[in-house]
Design a protein around this ligand. Structure first.
Ligand code: NAD
Ligand code: ZN
Length: 342
């Protein structure tokens, strides 16, 4: 089968590789759509993210929609011909965190496109049957691929206690911030404010239902306080991976508020406004991927309550995968989410 194989920074080649072998509890998925994520771009450009280093050729991609073309003999829940969303992290199922239901924290998780585990920018992948979610015909392969970033947002909104009547600040309007905005609204938040550095991303946030969108390099907390009569928001979700954005989250929260940290940073340490944290009794919660979110992603997308297609700005065929990476990296022509179609 054909695969887009990364050999080193900026060296991706479409090559023939051996297709994976199907086990008794597995399904074979013909890959149809793969979203490009910021992490894929980092591996492509730098060959590493922190301690994860591309040491041998690696297939990138972990946001995947496809169609089942074979099933192992024990598989009862998925059939050949099912169109599926693929959950990319397969945990060990045996450790403390797997057994206590927080399998996203499994230290032995095998996550697509995280060295040394191959990703899905290839014609076929093998998955355990319980890590694919069948989708109805009116959900496209691209939308199925978007279940992955959507899952991050669902997990963030759950951990932040976003619900009916809540007010929310989403700091950073990249793909993750924009899906967090959409999920917060779908969860019943009545007021969602968004920040970003780029005017076109702020405009998109407004189109998607944000009440207001503020420049991330301005006085975000002052703008939030002005819109909330000095109270602040119930929940602030950091989706920028930036020190200033986290500070603005702490400063924009109401007393007793929840701060959810999704953004990852190349910086190991931030300076944060500590007195806001203590004096307002804020709770700070980290997010690592997601746990059991695909059923909710399916409901939100299939019912039309979250229109993930609205942030897909660019699509490229498989043989133009590197062009896709270029758009995803630079945000060229207003690119937000770039999809590779196979
Ligand atoms: P992205 O880089 O496309 O978007 C980040 C956005 O933040 C950009 O639009 C940028 O303009 C904006 N920004 C930068 N500094 C800002 C500031 N000071 N104030 C306001 N906005 C600012 O990234 P993405 O794909 O949307 O992902 C967002 C973050 O989430 C990244 O840090 C990514 O690594 C992280 N992430 C974490 C998890 C997890 O499991 N915790 C999963 C996926 C992504
Ligand atoms: Zn485990």
């Amino acid at each position: 089968m054909k695969a887009a194989v990364l050999h080193g920074p900026l060296d991706m080649r479409i090559e023939d590789v051996t297709p994976p072998a199907l086990g008794d509890d597995d399904v074979l998925v013909d890959v149809k759509a793969v979203g490009i994520c910021g992490s894929d771009v980092h591996y492509y450009r730098e060959g590493r993210i922190g301690e994860f280093v591309v040491e041998k050729p690696l297939i990138l991609g972990h946001e995947t929609g496809g169609i089942v073309s074979a099933v192992g003999k024990n598989v009862k829940t998925v059939r050949v011909g099912d169109r599926v969303a693929v959950e990319p992290g397969i945990p060990c199922r045996a450790c403390e965190w797997c057994k206590t239901g927080r399998y996203n924290l499994c230290p032995d998780v095998r996550f697509h496109a995280t060295p040394p585990v191959d990703g899905t920018l290839c014609e076929q992948i093998v998955m355990p049957a319980d890590f694919v979610t069948p989708v109805p015909d009116h959900v496209s392969f691209e939308e199925a691929a978007m279940f992955e970033p959507l899952s991050v947002a669902i997990h963030a909104c759950r951990r932040g206690g976003v619900g009916p009547g809540k007010s929310v600040l989403v700091a950073g309007a990249g793909p993750i911030g924009l899906v967090s905005l959409m999920v917060a609204l779908a969860f019943g938040a009545t007021r969602v404010f968004v920040t970003d550095l780029h005017p076109h991303r702020r405009r998109l946030a407004l189109e998607l239902g944000a009440e207001a969108a503020f420049p991330g390099d301005g006085d975000v907390a002052a703008a939030v306080m002005e819109h909330t009569q000095g109270r602040g928001v119930d929940v602030a979700i950091e989706c920028a991976g930036a020190e200033a954005a986290l500070s603005s989250c702490l400063m924009s929260c109401a007393r007793g508020g929840q701060v959810v940290v999704v953004g990852l940073s190349a910086q190991d340490f931030y300076k944060v406004p500590l007195n806001h944290l203590a004096q307002k009794e804020l709770d700070i919660k980290g997010i690592f991927r997601y746990v059991y979110t695909y059923p909710a992603a399916l409901d939100l997308v299939a019912s039309g309550r979250v229109d993930v297609a609205k942030i897909i700005t660019h699509r490229f065929p498989f043989d133009q995968v590197e062009t896709g990476f270029e758009y995803a990296e630079t945000g060229k022509d207003g690119a937000v989410k770039v999809i590779i179609n196979l």
